[in-house]
Design a protein around this ligand. Structure first.
Ligand code: CP
Ligand code: NVA
Length: 302
């Protein structure tokens, strides 16, 4: 096991580190065009993607360039990894060339195995289990508008997936109120639930969407079917009542923030009208990926 600082889940950071990343994010956002800090100068950062991406790929690549480093994008289809070369061999080879990597892959065990054999810093660019860079950008987007994180009520609607798991992780570290509006019979991942308890976190499960969003400061959702999952009409039909529509928004506070990590399926997990009305929040959230990830990379890659 290595002692390298990785960012494989939100639980790799503590509250103080997250606030310090947010302070640095404000700096990077304000000084994007006249920033002379180049902490990644001479660093070669690999970007290994086993799934599609628009935001994560481009925001990390641009962020690495703006911090003075060189990104190398590698689709797994073009690597021997895609033809079955073991991940631990890929990691040991790439460690000879690179200074760090961002990986988007399937199981959390895959990124963990890569990190164990790479012995240099690794950042999670999404796994089936977590999406930690996204979730920090989400909370930062809220923090820009509402300063007192501990007083927030955040309600997540929909599928218990990598985004929901990341909200649970983040709640345990940052201490806001978290309500999860998910269909009856849908289970929270046991490891995620156990970690929440271990870190002193808590969350409520709700099935009545209007009640769940009462007094909410933030409402958020994600696609019903994640990458790597088969389309499943039975699952989608169970999730349909958990759409963020006008009635859900009306039940929240007047100044509610609506987030969506994107890509969005209009009128599936979010109504078209809600999406467009809150598009400023949603596209600020997408923009903040870049600024937050620069602060994360400055912490993890140097
Ligand atoms: N939100 C997000 O991670 O988007 P991409 O899949 O486009 O990277
Ligand atoms: N839960 C989604 C997030 C996409 C950014 C997925 O894993 O496909």
């Amino acid at each position: 096991m290595n002692k390298i600082k990785n960012f494989l889940s939100v639980l790799d950071l503590n509250e103080e580190e997250i606030y310090s990343i947010f302070e640095k994010t404000f700096y990077f956002k304000k000084n994007r065009l006249n920033n002379h800090i180049k902490p990644l100068a001479d660093k070669k950062i690999g970007m290994i993607f086993e799934k599609s991406s628009t935001r994560t790929r481009v925001s990390f690549e641009v962020g690495i360039i703006e911090l003075g480093g060189s990104p190398l994008f590698m689709s797994s289809q073009d690597l021997q990894l895609g033809r079955g070369e073991p991940i631990k061999d890929t990691a040991r080879v790439l460690a000879k060339y690179l200074d760090g990597v961002v990986i988007r892959t399937f199981g959390q065990d895959r990124i963990k195995e890569f990190a164990d054999f790479f012995e240099k810093p690794v950042i999670n660019g999404l796994t089936d289990m977590y999406h930690p860079a996204q979730i920090l950008a989400d909370l930062f987007t809220v923090y820009e508008i509402k300063k007192d994180i501990k007083k927030l009520k955040v309600v997540y609607f929909g599928d218990p997936n990598n985004m929901l798991n990341s909200w649970i992780n983040l709640q345990a570290i940052m201490g806001f109120k978290l309500v999860l509006a998910i269909p009856e019979g849908f289970k929270i991942n046991k490891v995620v639930e156990d970690n929440s308890k271990k870190y002193g976190g808590s969350f409520e499960i709700a099935h009545d969407t209007i009640k769940a969003s009462e007094n909410a400061d933030v409402i958020t959702t994600d696609v019903f079917i994640s990458m790597g999952q088969e389309s499943d009409e039975i699952k989608i039909n169970k999730l349909r009542p958990y759409i963020i529509d006008e009635s859900v928004v009306s039940s929240a506070k007047d100044d509610v923030i609506v987030l969506h990590c994107l890509p969005a399926h209009r009128n599936e997990e979010i109504a078209e009208t809600v999406f467009e009305r809150f598009s400023k929040n949603i596209f600020d959230e997408a923009e903040n990926r870049l600024h937050v990830q620069k602060a994360i990379m400055e912490k993890i890659f140097i």
